[in-house]
Design a protein. Structure first.
Length: 367
């Protein structure tokens, strides 16, 4: 599979856009933390930053190597490949879960009478086209999507300004410590999961500034997500806990769509565009992982096979978005913690102790 080079700015906007896209489904967080969701997002971002620093430390030990290459270098061929297969399963799950949520949103917002299967197939065909064109095509429009999303956020905030109530942020720490901890864990691995970007580090042109552009992208994306959560909390209050798509509902409940017809469709299109970017990126990473693991030179056939698998899983896994939300609030954060924290930490510890063992076994020279 041809390795196309991307710039630091493209990496930066890819990370920002990827995190921005999770503003669609913040029901995961609101359902647990309620009015304290902004605190949960802040704490989750801090925890995720620690995870990211561990991942960056591993990448610095093996500059220019992909996640799968690092696994084999750190743990050996067979154990490394087992870890890589687990990561591949993780990327595949992220792709089909995000696709099924996008399908539910399209049905909810703009095409309520259209078959779910038709939406899935059409969307994956577009994403498949982007993947076949290569990484540069997938990430090229990241900056455009980030700017459009930022403008949409500013305009929608202006539209709902008269509905903003700062008292909806109070009282602070209204949920139990257990719920806040649970929500923080969820936020650290779902909107802020960053291990996936380790797959494209070898394709970065300027590897010297890799850490800088990754950290800046993470910080900017996190601040945007925090701003969305604070705005939606101030507008919706406790209502945010029971809504499936809080960010989209913020605009609807403000009554602005009754004055300007079609505004909700425009905003829905912005959110769908973000999902297109995220799913295309996840799809590409999954295909790239398969190609690297199986040493494939061409990936068009695997794009088709895996694309069909993603569609099938998106269609049959979870009967509703609420079922997915419940799963994301219980089982998923624990599983995803394995990929975002446990395995990277094990890799870093293995590297550190392997180097110490080598130094200890080196013969000392007598003076």
């Amino acid at each position: 599979m041809e390795k196309e080079k991307i710039s630091c700015s493209q990496m930066f906007f890819t990370i920002v856009c990827y995190i921005q896209s999770f503003s669609l489904l913040m029901a995961f967080t609101f359902g647990i933390a309620g009015r304290d969701s902004w605190i949960s997002i802040t704490l989750g971002g801090i925890v995720a930053m620690l995870f990211l620093l561990i991942q960056l430390s591993v990448m610095k030990k093996y500059p220019g190597k992909s996640l799968f290459q690092i696994n084999e270098l750190a743990f050996g061929k067979w154990i490394g490949r087992i870890f890589s297969v687990l990561y591949l399963f993780y990327f595949f799950c992220l792709c089909f879960l995000n696709l099924r949520d996008m399908k539910d949103f399209v049905n909810f917002s703009v095409l309520p009478n259209t078959s779910s299967l038709i939406i899935l197939v059409l969307f994956m065909m577009i994403c498949g086209w982007a993947v076949i064109k290569g990484l540069r095509v997938v990430v090229r429009y990241g900056a455009v999507f980030v700017i459009i999303t930022l403008i949409a956020f500013i305009l929608t905030t202006i539209f709902v300004w008269n509905r903003i109530d700062y008292h909806n942020l109070l009282p602070l720490l209204s949920v139990t410590p257990e719920k806040l901890l649970k929500s923080t864990n969820l936020d650290a691995v779902i909107p802020f999961g960053t291990i996936i970007f380790q797959m494209i580090v070898p394709q970065l042109e300027d590897k010297k500034h890799m850490s800088s552009c990754v950290l800046k992208g993470f910080l900017c994306g996190s601040l945007f997500l925090l701003a969305v959560v604070i705005r939606d909390t101030m507008v919706l209050g406790d209502l945010a806990q029971i809504l499936i798509f809080p960010s989209f509902s913020t605009l609807q409940l403000a009554g602005f769509t009754e004055i300007f017809q079609g505004t909700d469709v425009v905003y829905a299109t912005v959110l769908i565009t973000l999902e297109f970017f995220k799913i295309s990126f996840l799809y590409y990473i999954t295909i790239a992982g398969v190609a690297e693991l199986l040493k494939l030179k061409s990936y068009k056939l695997s794009t088709l096979i895996i694309g069909v698998g993603i569609i099938i899983c998106s269609y049959i896994v979870y009967s509703s978005v609420m079922e997915h939300i419940i799963s994301a609030q219980t089982i998923t954060p624990i599983l995803w913690l394995l990929f975002e924290f446990v395995l990277p930490l094990l890799t870093l510890l293995k590297i550190i102790f392997s180097k110490k063992a080598k130094r200890a076994n080196q013969p000392t020279t007598s003076s």
